[in-house]
Design a protein around this ligand. Structure first.
Ligand code: GDP
Length: 446
């Protein structure tokens, strides 16, 4: 997950302060030095870091923080606010034209995720606003970009306008816009040309396409993994095209996060969305305040709750909760719940959104192996419908042996899994009935 190293270093720097009752000027200087190094190592732009450190220092001095109550806490909160400000204060929605269609031009270097992001955004608008988008395939340089967009279009059921790779992109866009009018599309996505690097021919083509399509939004797609290069790319595109927003992709990867922290400050243009995976639904609105709190290891409960609301079927959840309360939770519910949680993303990433958990030593090396989950599923799938509904039947050794053979797992593993299931069931029933003693014990043991 992105930002891991940065989170740890910032927390270390700030926890040094927290341990002190009184914070001296020298303590503050030392902490700010550590924060500065942490940000530079996370690949944040040098000038951005300089401004950030100066702002925090000035605010701490101005507010006479060191003489006040809880100086350490106040400094953490100043750092949090400045980190948020560096990324842009609040989320900025997609521009919308007062008349249809709203035209969104997607630009970026090859491989940044431009084509994928066009599909993700079109799907988002379709799902959330019932929109009728059209995507125009104008990236005639990257081999297979057009086929990729067509495949995406079929997958999400959005029409794609294309004229192959032998036609000038300017002409493709001209005809594509006419097609959009004919279809009464309310959003048009132009998958414009990308290149391996910025060059004059590319920029001129994009400037021409901008002139022809008069976009309401020019979204620059950049790969977060490329760090400082992403910032340079953003400056290059913004200089010629006056972009209106940025999408930062691959934030699910192991990035140091510098790009996310610098792009807004360097270009003055907001990050509107972040890509967090390869699936068509892996696109999220960028909230600077939530991101800052995540970077500081303070968790991101809001996002976690939203994810749960989006991915969980409410009725199903209610039925399951009632079964937990009644202690009648069975293996069908178990599999259903496991699948729902899996849809939300890697468990270890979800856990880190809980405040205080990001640097919990118990979670540090936690890796939930998808293979383990597959094994559990295989065992459940080997059960008869009657067994799934009534786990009591599984007390018989002959049944356990049959499950083990069916799932191709050792009997001991089946035993262990059944035992864990029963423990979990008992605990859930207690918690649901208001007895939280067990739960606390478990958390304390972590
Ligand atoms: P384009 O050349 O800019 O159009 O790039 P593509 O859309 O083809 O994306 C390049 C690769 O990056 C593809 O394999 C995508 O699946 C992948 N990709 C795009 N966005 C993300 C993201 O947010 N996370 C991850 N992990 N992969 C992504």
């Amino acid at each position: 997950m992105a930002f891991e190293g940065l989170t740890e270093r910032l927390q270390n720097a700030l926890s040094g302060l927290r341990r002190k009752g009184k914070v001296t000027d020298a303590d503050l200087r030392e902490t700010m030095r550590e924060i500065r190094v942490a940000l530079l190592e996370a690949d944040v732009n040098f000038n951005v870091v300089k401004d950030f450190v100066r702002n925090v220092r000035e605010r701490a001095a101005g507010a006479k923080v060191l003489d006040g109550l809880n100086p350490a806490q106040q400094i953490v909160s100043i750092v949090n606010e400045e980190l948020t400000a560096m990324m842009g204060e609040s989320d900025v929605p997609l521009n919308k034209s007062p008349k249809i269609p709203t035209v969104i031009m997607m630009v970026g270097l090859q491989g940044a995720g431009k084509t994928t992001t066009a599909g993700k955004l079109a799907l988002k608008l379709k799902n959330e606003q019932n929109a009728r988008p059209l995507m125009i395939a104008a990236d005639v340089y990257r081999p297979a970009a057009i086929d990729q967009l067509k495949t995406l279009g079929e997958q999400i059921d959005v029409p794609v306008f294309e004229m192959g790779t032998d036609v000038n992109p300017r002409e493709i866009v001209r005809q594509g816009m006419a097609k959009a009018a004919e279809l009464k599309a309310d959003y048009v996505f132009i998958d414009a040309a990308g290149r391996l690097q910025i060059d004059e021919a590319l920029m001129q083509e994009l400037v021409d396409v901008k002139e022809i399509a008069q976009p309401d939004e020019i979204l620059l797609v950049v790969d977060a993994m490329t760090g400082q290069n992403a910032v340079e790319t953003a400056e290059g595109f913004n200089g010629r095209l006056d972009i209106t927003g940025v999408v930062l992709t691959k934030l699910d990867g192991d990035t140091r996060g510098g790009a996310a922290l610098s792009i807004r400050a360097v270009t003055g243009k907001p990050i509107k969305f972040v890509g967090q995976g390869e699936k068509m639904t892996d696109l999220d609105i960028f909230y600077p305040d939530r991101m800052a709190s995540r970077i500081l290891g303070m968790g991101d409960l809001l996002t976690l709750i939203e994810k749960a609301q989006k991915d969980f079927d409410e009725k199903q959840a209610e039925v399951q909760m009632e079964k937990m309360r009644q202690n009648t939770f069975d293996f069908n519910d178990f599999i259903e719940q496991m699948e729902q949680v899996q849809n939300m993303g890697p468990i270890e990433d979800l856990m880190k959104m809980i405040p205080g958990m990001a640097n919990n030593p118990a979670l540090k090396n936690l890796k939930v192996d998808p293979k383990d989950i597959a094994h559990i599923k295989a065992v459940v799938m080997s059960m008869t419908p009657a067994e799934r509904e009534d786990p009591e039947l599984l007390k018989r050794p002959s049944r356990k042996r049959r499950l083990a053979a069916g799932a191709g797992r050792p009997v001991e593993e089946v035993n262990r899994m059944l035992k864990q299931f029963n423990q979990m069931k008992t605990m859930m029933s207690k918690v649901m009935n208001g007895d939280t003693g067990q739960m606390e014990q478990m958390m304390n043991a972590m």
